[in-house]
Write a protein that binds this ligand. Structure first.
Ligand code: SF4
Length: 413
């Protein structure tokens, strides 16, 4: 592929710090036929610390990388380094390993990029500015993006047909502008975005384009800012359905699916069914779902926790802005959803993250959460984002009842 225009989020830093978190059993690396061939040619033996019989495992119609007893990738050495990387160099690794946590999406004549915040370095904003890594990203893009990437249409904005990329990207730009405001809590910024997107839907503005569109969208954003100057105090409680839906989303995003779970699918399904039932009923205590998320009282999580720590506000704002800038919430990156429906789903991640942060805090015996709790919760949530179940009908119902904004306000401060 010839060099193409790539946009990298200026607000995000990232470098691999070798934590090997991504190689320890949560990610399943599917292998292309070429990668299978390359691994065979590398001629791994027991002397390298790798049992050749366990390198590849049948997965559906293809193969994936095998894992060690403790769930780590078959190529991870005891010091936490990749044996393929050490012996043959970075380019010899499977493509999924080389790409993670980077995401690359077509946006008309350009590509937009972002990160999965399931990587601890991404959520902590550690490392080199992503905007300085264009050359490396360009090389990876050439491997994963089809040559005709610029021929596709953008996702629709609402229920109508898709328009042109420049008009679609105007909506994305205004979403980012809404989230970029410095002196407002992230819950309020999400509420404002939901507010003006609703006006777009109700006013039939989803098809607007050309020079006049910015004027209309700018006016809608200003109106949302005027109408929602501060977080409502006291916030209006979300409906019973809204709270139930939120708890279901929490279970969905708190779960881990390791190779051990895949080895006993019946036991795993039963465990998740039991957890969903407990969350649906919201009886006295949560089940323990993973290390750090212990069996605690629902009431202790639902009590007021006060505002988010300032660092967590900044982290969440960066998370939502990177998702928006990289289109990691709609279209091919998110179940083919239109921009508005995809953003509604994205906004719902805010109460899920806060709920998980509270659960982490209560599990650790605290009645207030820290920036570190929020970082862990964001990582959990973004591990599933886009892979979790497509709940479009239920999200639509929540939006019709204004429950998404109410949940943001309720858990926002
Ligand atoms: S092949 Fe290397 S980089 Fe990929 S998961 Fe295994 S140890 Fe990690």
């Amino acid at each position: 592929m010839k060099p193409t225009r790539i946009e990298l989020p200026a607000i995000q830093n990232w470098s691999c710090h070798g934590c090997s978190d991504c190689c320890r059993g949560q990610l399943l690396i599917t292998l292309s036929p070429e990668e299978q061939q390359r691994l065979k040619q590398q001629q791994w033996t027991a002397a390298d610390g790798v049992d050749p019989a366990t390198i590849m495992v049948k997965a559906g119609k293809g193969f994936r990388l095998g894992h060690q007893e403790d769930g780590a990738c078959v190529f991870l050495d005891p010091a936490g380094r990749c044996r393929i990387h050490a012996k043959f160099g970075e380019a010899a690794k499977p493509l999924a390993c080389r790409l993670y946590p980077l995401v690359i999406h077509p946006a008309g004549r350009k590509l937009v990029t972002g990160l999965r915040f399931s990587c601890p370095s991404a959520v902590a904003n550690r490392g080199q500015a992503l905007s300085e890594q264009g050359r490396e990203v360009q090389k990876l893009a050439a491997l994963v993006v089809p040559a005709n990437y610029n021929e596709g249409s953008p996702p629709p904005v609402a229920a109508g047909p898709p328009g042109e990329w420049p008009d679609f990207l105007r909506f994305v730009q205004w979403l980012d502008t809404t989230l970029a405001v410095a002196d407002a809590p992230v819950a309020l910024k999400l509420m404002r975005a939901l507010h003006w997107l609703r006006a777009v839907e109700q006013g039939g503005f989803d098809q607007i384009g050309g020079a006049g569109a910015d004027e209309i969208l700018g006016a809608l954003v200003q109106s949302a800012t005027r109408n929602l100057a501060t977080l409502p105090q006291p916030p209006e409680p979300p409906s019973g359905f809204g709270r139930l839906f939120l708890r279901m989303m929490v279970v969905e995003h708190a779960r881990t699916t390791t190779v051990k779970d895949l080895a006993s699918p019946g036991r795993y399904r039963l465990q998740m069914l039991w957890a969903s039932l407990r969350f649906g009923l919201a009886g006295s205590r949560t089940p323990a779902l993973r290390p750090g998320l212990k069996r605690v009282r629902f009431a202790d999580i639902e009590q007021p926790f006060g505002p988010l720590p300032a660092g967590a506000e900044a982290m969440l704002t960066r998370f939502f802005r990177v998702k928006i800038q990289s289109l990691h919430f709609c279209g091919s990156a998110f179940h083919g959803r239109p921009l508005i429906a995809g953003f509604q789903n994205l906004a719902l991640l805010f109460p899920v993250i806060v709920w998980l942060s509270r659960w982490l805090a209560v599990s650790a015996g605290r009645a207030e959460f820290t920036e570190a709790d929020v970082a862990i919760a964001i990582a959990m949530v973004d591990y599933h984002h886009g892979y979790s179940a497509d709940l479009r009908a239920r999200v639509r119902l929540l939006s019709q009842r204004d429950d998404i904004a109410k949940l943001c306000a309720w858990y926002g401060g």
